[in-house]
Design a protein around this ligand. Structure first.
Ligand code: AMP
Ligand code: ZN
Length: 467
């Protein structure tokens, strides 16, 4: 069995990955808060950990890997969205959850084995909080329950490599009169009549953010599991707090052994932000006609521990490459993944080098298509690309021309032009031409006829208004 090496944030070094139980390799990744469409940055951890999930399944067998990723469906951002839109919270979270699954599916991400929603785990969270109080790691005050950081000074801060004192000095911690130490963080907080709330020993309230991941990972994966992942913006305080909660509630367990963090995504060299006007969602890109597979390919070209820059140029190049690969592999059944091409992937998920090797493999195959060896290599090429989540059916055959019958439109434009030749009034011809172009069609006119060719971003719905 090939060994996978992973960079463990906890040890700040690359380690050989050895699962607790190779029959059941377990991974937990922090998922989205569901109140809006996922932006492009949110998709990065999804794709990164999808590749790891696929690699683990390849090495240990598809039935021997358990992957859990949560949906945070109780959060003050969701409450605010409900208040401003006048919609029910449950309606917003259900809609946004489905959007997330659709959008990530379009990027070729497999669904995790478990996708727990926070609101379905309130009893487990309440039990864990009560347990933390009983063990002297948490205290109730003014309807809140807080984790007492002083009760676990020896462990707190180890992941991010800071001492409690450094953290107090450097962090923007919320000072509140009911906190014994400014670093103490909320496990439970009171809800007013307008806010979502559940009955608890501390009154009607709702959980703080961090406790859900501890409760859900424990319920689904146990006291000790293998991998915990997320964006590096979550390392502190979220992951540090998860560790404190889980290790103090389950002192016999180790919680997560390997901590993996992906770097952030930028756009055209700048931080993605609403104020810079470079903020967009995955759905915005898909609606613009950028295929999900192209987004995935661009992501894979950068190693997950490096900042990645999304640029239109990269997307255009990725599309060209994928069109070539899809043509090359059209109708070819997958053989077996090429382990030489995959070698960098075993080395801390170096997708960038793996893609380089895949490119070289494609070039070699193009020169050698007629021989039996070439044909076999092509099958292996497809299997290797599949392992990275590329070139599979789930992504849709986006390179094929859309099968829309355009003959009526072609006839309409042709007739309009015949009329215009006599009347010398080309207004109607111009109107139709610009409408077709607007719908994403290339208009080719010759003496004998009219041809409308769908291009990138073709939108058939826009033709309906043109009767
Ligand atoms: P948030 O929307 O901030 O709750 O983040 C949800 C997930 O997306 C977390 O795992 C973050 O680490 C990740 N994330 C947010 N922004 C970015 C970004 N610009 N690049 C990469 N990951 C991000
Ligand atoms: Zn989490």
């Amino acid at each position: 069995m090939t060994t996978i090496k992973l960079h463990n944030t906890k040890s700040r070094s690359k380690e050989a990955f050895a699962p607790i139980n190779p029959q059941n390799v377990r991974m937990y990744v922090c998922g989205p808060t569901v109140y809006d469409r996922a932006h492009l940055g949110n998709a990065r951890p999804v794709v990164v950990f999808d590749v790891l999930f696929r690699l683990l399944r390849h090495v240990y067998g598809a039935d021997h890997v358990t992957y859990a990723r949560n949906f945070t469906d109780v959060d003050d951002k969701i409450n605010a969205r409900a208040a401003e839109s006048g919609r029910e919270i449950g309606e917003i979270t259900a809609e946004t959850t489905q959007w997330f699954l659709d959008d990530m599916g379009a990027l070729g991400a497999l669904e995790p084995t478990h996708m727990p929603r926070a609101t379905q785990y309130i009893p487990q969270m309440v039990a864990m909080i009560a347990d933390l109080i009983a063990r002297g790691h948490a205290y109730a005050a003014e309807g809140h329950v807080l984790f007492a950081v002083d009760s676990w000074r020896e462990g707190y801060g180890q992941l991010s490599g800071r001492s409690v004192d450094d953290m107090i000095a450097g962090a923007r911690v919320e000072v509140a009169p009911y906190k014994k130490n400014p670093m103490d963080f909320v496990l439970w907080k009171p809800s007013d009549a307008e806010q979502p709330g559940w009955e608890s020993p501390w009154g009607r309230g709702r959980p703080g953010w961090h406790i859900e991941c501890s409760a859900m990972s424990h319920d689904l994966l146990g006291d000790s599991f293998d991998i915990h992942g997320g964006g590096n913006d979550l390392m502190f305080p979220h992951h540090e707090n998860e560790i404190a909660q889980s290790c103090c509630a389950n002192p016999k367990g180790e919680f997560a052994r390997y901590w993996l963090h992906n770097e952030m995504l930028q756009v055209e060299g700048k931080k993605m932000s609403k104020s810079l006007g470079n903020f967009f969602t995955v759905r915005d890109l898909l609606d613009k006609g950028v295929p999900g597979e192209v987004v995935r390919f661009v992501f894979l070209q950068t190693h997950y521990r490096k900042p990645m820059d999304w640029t239109e140029k990269k997307a255009a190049e990725a599309e060209k490459t994928l069109r070539r690969w899809r043509k090359l592999s059209d109708g070819v059944q997958p053989g077996k993944p090429d382990e030489v091409v995959l070698q960098p992937l075993y080395d801390d998920l170096n997708t960038s080098d793996t893609i380089q090797r895949l490119r070289a493999m494609a070039r070699a195959i193009e020169l050698d298509l007629e021989t039996p060896e070439g044909k076999e290599k092509l099958e292996d090429f497809v299997a290797t690309a599949n392992l990275l989540g590329l070139l599979h059916d789930g992504l849709g055959d986006w390179t094929a021309a859309p099968s829309v019958d355009l003959s009526a439109h072609e006839a309409q434009l042709f007739a309009a032009r015949q009329t215009a030749m006599e009347t010398k009034d080309f207004a109607e011809v111009d109107r139709l031409k610009s409408a077709y172009t607007e719908a994403g069609l290339e208009v080719r006119m010759s003496k004998t006829g009219v041809e409308l060719v769908p291009g990138r971003g073709f939108d058939a719905a826009k033709l309906e208004a043109l009767a």
